[in-house]
Design a binder for this molecule. Sequence first.
Ligand code: HEC
Length: 119
Amino acid sequence: MQNVFDLALRWASIAALSAVLLTGAATAQIEPAAEDKPENYPDAPHRESTFYFCSACHGFKLVAQQGLNASRWNEIIDTMEQKHGAAETRGEERDAMVEYLSTAFPQKQKPGWRNPFQE
Ligand code: HEC
């Protein structure tokens, strides 16, 4: 009967983990999805694909608030994969999103001001 017990334990931990993941997804939703649409953001190549990829988990406004260069945007997408379980993107698909993000939301440049979070 050892196996049955093991199985029950396994199901219990899967249920607990799902609860944690579901709660996380709920708190990440900061914008009402219906009002968030690609047309709200700067028009540049790959806008739609980037919008739908990123807004699967959170409002795109959270993305649009940032101003970063291409390498920092690339790191952000790595973080979404590694920390938040976003689908893996490499090659053309990744390049397209980085291109849109760094065109639409580029690193803000003000003379004499340095963002301490950017190199
Ligand atoms: C699988 C889910 C998922 C996907 C897909 C996703 N993110 Fe996130 N992202 C999250 C979670 C969860 C947070 C933390 C949410 C919060 O703090 O409200 C987050 C937070 C962020 C933040 C805030 C800064 C930070 O590091 O907390 C930025 C910027 C961001 N995401 C950018 C993006 C971009 C750009 C994309 C698309 C290329 C994307 N995300 C796709 C889950 C995701």
